[in-house]
Ligand binder design. Structure first.
Ligand code: FES
Length: 139
């Protein structure tokens, strides 16, 4: 490993260590490995919502026999919106569309082990976007 690579790795570890003081292990894991962060081709449902902060999220779902078999997301928002979108698509996958539609901001926050107060609206953006994707499929 070159000196540059070693110092970049050390810096990354330092940033992760600092993040651990504020965020749960689940948040850090979704931050480092977001689930399906891409725009799906020909989805069965697609929602796009712009939050009050000005950030936008898209969620895409694939549905078979009323069940979400695949889901993905993209966002131009902050890290906590990435983490919230990632958790929303993970929670939606494998569920009936009506169950997925009922996933709330608090469900996402609980699954993430919480977010700082200032970032909780990112979980609301994710739940609203998931609902919009399911509505696009259903109605
Ligand atoms: Fe806008 Fe997180 S600050 S979604």
């Amino acid at each position: 490993m070159s000196d540059f690579e070693e110092s970049a790795k050390a810096l990354q570890e330092q940033i992760i260590e600092q993040a651990r003081e504020e965020y749960s292990e689940v948040v850090i894991e979704h931050w480092l490995h977001p689930r399906n962060p891409y725009a799906m081709d020909n989805p069965d449902g697609h929602g796009r919502v712009k939050g009050p902060c000005g950030d936008t999220m898209d969620i895409f779902i694939r549905v078979t026999d009323g069940k979400i078999t695949d889901a993905s997301f993209v966002t131009d928002g902050c890290i906590t919106s990435v983490v919230s979108g990632s958790m929303a698509v993970e929670m939606a996958t494998g569920r009936d569309v009506s169950e997925a539609r009922a996933i709330s901001k608090d469900d996402i926050l609980n699954a993430l082990g919480g977010l700082p107060e200032v970032s909780q609206h990112c979980a609301l953006l994710a739940s609203n976007t998931l609902r919009a994707a399911v509505d696009n499929y259903m109605f």
